[in-house]
Design a protein around this ligand. Sequence first.
Ligand SMILES: C[S@@+](CC[C@H](N)C(=O)[O-])C[C@H]1O[C@@H](n2cnc3c(N)ncnc32)[C@H](O)[C@@H]1O
Length: 222
Amino acid sequence: MQKEFLQNDKNITTYALNTFKPEDNILKEIRERAKKLDIPGIHVSDMDGKHLEILISMAKAEKVVEVGTLAGYSGICIARGMRNKGVLHTIEIEQKHFEAAAQSFKNAKVDHLVKQHLGSALSVLAELEKEAPFDAIFIDADKVSYPDYLTWAEKNIKIGGVIIADNTFAWGHINDSHFETLELEKQVKSIREFNYRIANNSQFIATILPTGEGLTVGVRVS
Ligand SMILES: C[S@@+](CC[C@H](N)C(=O)[O-])C[C@H]1O[C@@H](n2cnc3c(N)ncnc32)[C@H](O)[C@@H]1O
């Protein structure tokens, strides 16, 4: 019998949250402060934050790039996974988000591990190339650029390193054939291209973790 891939069961969600307690007061405060500052509430989910921390820890990652800082929620999860060693380069285009994240990293006492970059991801990534290869790369910015971010990541991840991307179920639209807006269509097609490419690149083993948003994870094996 084919087992279902997703569990849309509130009872199970409550159980998972109560058991694994993914969000402490530091992370909770970020959601609240961001809201007050009118920063969109598009942080990773609480469980995906925990998944990030664990994946980074499993990869023993010490040189990490994050594309899309927002207010620092996922960056803190990544930094925690780094076990107090190494550097996380995190890139953000919006000044307000950049500043909120600086406060978050300080509050979480991980600011010594984080190098924040303000600017457009593709130009900052070009600069960061001289520091490659990286142990882990987390992609969570504008969806239409996911294929470009993947091209950069494929080139700059070490063998054994991990590429992770959020929202890869495209808010439930990943397998749709009709779209309400052209913008949505472009985003979905870009995420689909991202998933297709990493799934079919023989240098990677990859999967999509069936979290609420879909978390694509690829390990470079050759
Ligand atoms: C989904 S949010 C990131 C959430 C964050 N990773 C977290 O979970 O806490 C996406 C962020 O990427 C930023 N962004 C969008 N396009 C960008 C670009 N071209 N270069 C850099 N940052 C960008 C947005 O301003 C926003 O803060």
